[in-house]
Write a protein that binds this ligand. Structure first.
Ligand SMILES: Cc1ncc(COP(=O)(O)O)c(C=O)c1O
Length: 390
């Protein structure tokens, strides 16, 4: 693989001011991640603060609906309520070692913002979070949490006031303050080395799945499924299994209302390769190459691009690119609530919806692992509005 590339995807399409900063970041990551002391500190924090390893739960009742043995990798139980802390703790420790004092980032569902300010506080770093006004409105409970933890929230009104606009503004801000400030990228997107750094920190998920499923079932799973936009929880779960082609990998994106470019976030169905936020990736765009806003009720899947690594894995067919529509997602939320007593995040419910609606793809004896990326407390209002119209 060419450095910073996954097949043809990836690269560093950035303002020249940022090139030395990316070079510095890559060198710092290579140096510190290789060090025993850094790994010990990260592993210790993930264990004692984060609650790792997260359980691998056999969802007996939900399994009956799908018609095979379904395990949930419980990233909703990681402190903060989603997988995001795996990455933010890693990058915050790195920031400290680089001698920087401030973190900036963007967030959509608020899960990454929350995980960033948590990690920032632990590492005594100031935290500033860029968030689209539309997302501030629909993820209000996470905004309250972030503020309580001391984050400064910058509302973004440019574009359509969603994640892609917040990422653009955060990148712009970074060009003015990179000497003292680290941009804590929240997913496997952006210019090299971000996609590699984020996937590496998230790969603890797949490492644990391997150990846990071998202990419980004595064999590896037949399939691993994850939702995604940028791809961080999916790659975290998939990386351990990519080389083993007997194991099917499914990536489920936001289908939105219907499969047309004005009503969906399904970039693998409706997009094509293009440059977004510093990297070549699969992206929703119009016939002139202008980025098209994505549309789904799930804030965390509402990004028009797919990170370079997941773009490449789907292009080669190693990972199957799938989608679920909003209505199916809300049905899946209800199914999980009623069968297992768990309220999934809307993002996570995309995978559940896919499994429920494509049960013919799984044999009765199949063991499948769903990366259960987050809990749905933040989505209670949206779920209530959908069901009761209040
Ligand atoms: C619970 C949850 N799952 C999944 C995602 C999608 O992000 P990624 O593709 O980086 O895993 C998000 C994003 O905010 C999220 O909050």
């Amino acid at each position: 693989m060419k450095k910073g590339r996954f097949g043809k995807f990836g690269g560093q399409y950035v303002n020249e001011i940022l090139m030395p900063v990316l070079i510095e970041l890559e060198a710092a990551f290579n140096k510190h991640y290789a060090s025993h002391q850094f790994r010990e500190e990260l592993t210790g924090l993930l264990r004692d603060y984060g609650g790792r390893p997260t359980p691998l739960y056999y969802a007996k009742n939900f399994s009956k609906l799908v018609g095979c043995r379904v395990y949930l990798k419980r990233e909703d139980l990681l402190c903060g309520g989603s997988h995001k802390l795996n990455n933010t703790l890693g990058q915050a420790l790195l920031t400290k070692r680089m001698g920087k004092s401030r973190l900036i980032t963007e967030t959509a569902a608020g899960q990454h913002g929350l995980a960033t300010v948590m990690a920032g506080n632990i590492c005594e770093l100031e935290t500033e979070i860029f968030m689209g006004v539309k997302d501030i409105d629909r993820q209000a409970s996470n905004v309250k949490r972030m503020k309580l933890l001391g984050a400064n929230i910058i509302p973004i009104t440019s574009g359509t006031g969603v994640l892609k606009d917040a990422v653009s503004d955060t990148l712009r801000e970074w060009t003015t303050c990179s000497r003292t400030t680290h941009y804590l990228m929240g997913s496997t997107v952006g210019p090299h080395p971000f996609p590699e750094i984020v996937a590496t920190f998230q790969s603890v998920i797949g490492t644990e799945i391997t150990e846990q499923i071998l202990a419980k079932e004595g064999r590896l799973p037949d399939a691993v499924l994850a939702c995604g936009s940028g791809g961080s929880n999916a790659l975290g779960a998939f990386r351990s299994f990519v080389a083993n082609t007997d194991i099917r990998l499914y990536f489920v994106e936001g289908g939105g209302e219907s499969l047309d470019a004005d009503n969906s976030a399904a970039a693998f169905q409706l997009g094509k390769p293009g440059v977004l936020h510093g990297a070549l990736m699969q992206v929703l765009q119009d016939e002139h190459g202008q980025i098209k806003p994505s549309k789904t009720r799930s804030a965390g899947l509402n990004y028009p691009g797919r990170g370079p690594e997941i773009s490449s894995l789907c292009e080669t067919g190693r990972v199957e690119a799938c989608y679920a529509f909003d209505t199916e997602v809300f049905d899946a939320v209800k199914a999980m609530c009623r069968t297992e007593g768990l309220i999934p995040a809307l993002e996570t419910a995309h995978v559940l919806a896919y499994a429920l609606n494509h049960s013919e793809e799984f044999d009765r004896d199949d063991i499948i692992v769903i990366n259960y990326s987050g809990r749905g407390d933040k989505d209670l209002e949206a779920i209530e509005r959908y069901y009761y119209g209040s």
